[in-house]
Design a protein around this ligand. Structure first.
Ligand code: 1PR
Length: 325
């Protein structure tokens, strides 16, 4: 009998196979001032309303939004628990969000925030692997590591030794590298000349030059490490994917940081997700045309219903870039 073979989203270009570009919806989740978990969205990582005593911006309920995005055709959904570094326990409400989401949502789910070793208030130590395991058991397919990946990369760069103790090695050795995403939160540092720093300096808009400094704790603290150094060290330790944000571009809706993303693809061989700055479907076309980014992620435009995932996919496909519609 004849079987319907689905149209393969890979196409061939100059002898290379191009994988379909993934479109990812990202939900930054935190407690609001009344203690409910809400999807919020920052402006350069500031999630409070601008007026005095501004509340945490509330853009919806995590489970409902994840379901809407999967129904709308998102290839993946990412949850980032953006204040987890404050607490000292695995976030039970977040586990519940994952459990409820995975009842109805069958696209890959990634969860980030608080993946690290920690000692709880009773003095019991939990490994990053334990934290990740509880997320995987609740329905996550991947975990994303931010701050702790920076510390792991710094240690690896100074010792050159992989002793299996880093969060990346612990999780990747058990669940495989495809389950370990590194969330990079860099900030631009503008310079007048390349000689001002040992970090990789590139030209960006208006002939300005900058390097991209790694931050931890949601951009609150900077480190002497650039985004490419971080990603290379994490790849060596066993990371499987880079979720590349840019604090300067976050919530600005004026397009992705093309120079950053292009250089990141040249620095590592694992997939790179372009994030921060999407304002319209054309921005996804721009990033896929100008760089080899493997996926495009956005938050604000989807939450505010300014752009649908279907519109992004239609724009990407009609520009000749493979994308599952
Ligand atoms: O350090 O391992 O506990 O992880 C904390 C995680 O929380 C990190 O992945 C970090 O990126 C994230 N995070 C921390 N603080 C914030 C904040 O906004 N105040 N959000 C934050 C990061 C950035 C993107 C965003 C894109 C696209 N969110 O995920 O979704 O910039 O936004 P846009 O399309 O609206 O421009 P740890």
């Amino acid at each position: 009998t004849m079987v319907d073979v689905p149209v393969c989203p890979q196409i061939s270009c100059e002898g290379r196979t191009l994988l379909a570009k993934r479109i990812i919806a990202c939900l930054d989740v935190r407690e609001n001032d009344s203690g409910d978990l809400v999807v919020t969205k920052g402006d350069q990582y500031d999630v409070r309303e601008k007026q005095e005593g501004g509340e945490v911006r509330n853009l919806g309920k995590p489970v409902e939004l994840a379901r809407r995005y999967s129904d709308d055709g998102a290839d993946e959904v990412t949850f980032l628990n953006i204040t987890s570094f404050r607490g000292d326990v695995v976030d039970a409400p977040m586990l519940r969000v994952l459990e409820l989401t995975s009842e109805h949502v069958f696209v890959p789910l990634c969860i980030g925030g608080g993946i690290r070793d920690y000692t709880d208030s009773k003095g019991v130590t939990h490994s990053a692997l334990d934290v990740a395991t509880s997320y995987f058991r609740s329905g996550a397919d991947k975990v994303s590591i931010g701050s702790d990946a920076v510390y792991a990369a710094e240690k690896y760069r100074s010792t050159g030794v992989k002793d299996g103790s880093s969060c990346i090695e612990q999780i990747s050795n058990v669940y495989g590298r495809q389950a370990v995403v590194i969330s990079v939160d860099p900030k631009r540092v503008y310079v007048n000349s390349k000689d001002e720093t040992s970090h990789t300096v590139l030209e960006v808009e208006d002939g300005k030059q900058c390097w991209w400094q790694c931050t931890v704790k949601g951009g609150r603290e900077v480190r002497d490490l650039d985004a490419f150094e971080l990603a290379q060290a994490c790849e060596a330790l066993g990371a499987g994917e880079i979720l590349l944000n840019c604090i300067d571009k976050d919530g600005q809706n004026n397009g992705f940081d093309i120079a950053l993303i292009k250089q990141m693809k040249a620095s590592v061989s694992i997939p790179v997700i372009a994030s921060s700055g999407a304002g319209k479907p054309q921005h996804f076309v721009d990033v896929f045309q100008a760089t080899n980014a493997d996926a495009g992620l956005a938050a604000g435009i989807f939450h505010r219903r300014e752009v649908g995932i279907d519109q992004v996919k239609a724009a990407v496909s009609s520009s000749g870039i493979p994308c599952r519609e």
